[in-house]
Design a protein around this ligand. Structure first.
Ligand SMILES: O=C(O)CCCC[C@@H]1SC[C@@H]2NC(=O)N[C@@H]21
Length: 248
């Protein structure tokens, strides 16, 4: 498997967080670069949570220097989730087992297999550097004791499918899948990415709950709109949500 042309590949034995590492290197790595670490000592998840990654799991960040406005740059969350889904299907041959959960989790057999965290630097609506951090439970699921109430239980690829994929091999497949989806995104915009994402989405047409620190909205998961917002049909009407945690 060859690494996609134009992308750097950095593999570290250990770092605090590959997202932090990527943003520290943003000034010296001019082109797109994947930074993978075998161990993270301070991995972070969405909404300020910690991310636990037992040995053998996958942790990497794609560093980009995008040129679009911040709202377009943020749509790469869906590009990355799709590429991650592509990679899981390719490596296991199981299409139906995997699904996507808004905004960017990958589910396997209904449990949480992988998460994505986007972080960026820049100001005034301009993104100087974008870090797309991806954690995948390849070997083992983290201890579910630390789970928020109602959150999906974590699952891992090896016990669920029997596929024993080393992190470096996973990176090479993911980098190729991402490069293909990124080319589609930059050429054709969010439309085809959105359609492909929706085709793989869990719980479309079913009731779900979107929770933020200040509000909870329950409704039918209608779609994800052209700006990436979650659209719920509630008794009070249609609600469009830009950021939240989703519970089934
Ligand atoms: O909360 C989530 O679901 C997102 C988890 C993202 C974890 C990954 S592991 C690689 C990268 N480095 C980090 O510190 N976090 C992301």
């Amino acid at each position: 498997m060859t690494f996609p042309a134009g992308y750097d590949r950095v593999i570290l034995p250990e770092t605090d967080s590959t997202n932090a590492e990527a943003l520290r290197r943003a000034g010296t790595l001019a082109g797109p670069a994947w930074i993978m670490a075998h161990r993270q000592t301070a991995a972070r998840g969405r909404r300020g949570r910690a991310w636990a990654g037992p040995d053998g799991n996958f942790a990497a960040t794609l560093l980009l220097h995008p040129s679009e406005p911040a709202d377009i740059v943020a749509l790469r969350s869906f590009v990355a989730a799709l590429a991650l889904h592509d990679t899981c299907v390719t490596l296991t041959g199981r299409t139906e087992a995997f699904a996507l959960k808004w905004p960017n989790d990958v589910l396997l057999n209904g449990g949480k297999l992988a998460g994505i965290l986007l972080e960026s630097t820049g100001s005034g609506g301009r993104v100087a550097a974008l870090a797309i951090g991806i954690g995948v439970n390849l070997r083992a699921a983290p201890d579910p004791a630390a789970l928020e109430e109602g959150a999906l239980a974590p699952v891992a690829l090896l016990p669920e499918t029997g596929a024993d994929i080393p992190p470096e091999e996973f990176l090479d497949h993911l980098a190729a899948a991402y490069a293909a989806r990124e080319a589609d995104f930059t050429t054709h915009g969010f439309g085809p990415i959105r359609q492909a994402w929706l085709a793989r989405a869990a719980r479309i047409g079913q009731p779900i709950t979107a929770r933020t620190p200040r509000a909870e909205t329950r409704g039918i998961f209608e779609t994800v709109d052209a700006t990436g917002n979650l659209v719920l049909k509630t008794p009070e009407g249609r609600v469009s949500i830009a950021a939240a945690d989703v519970f089934f």
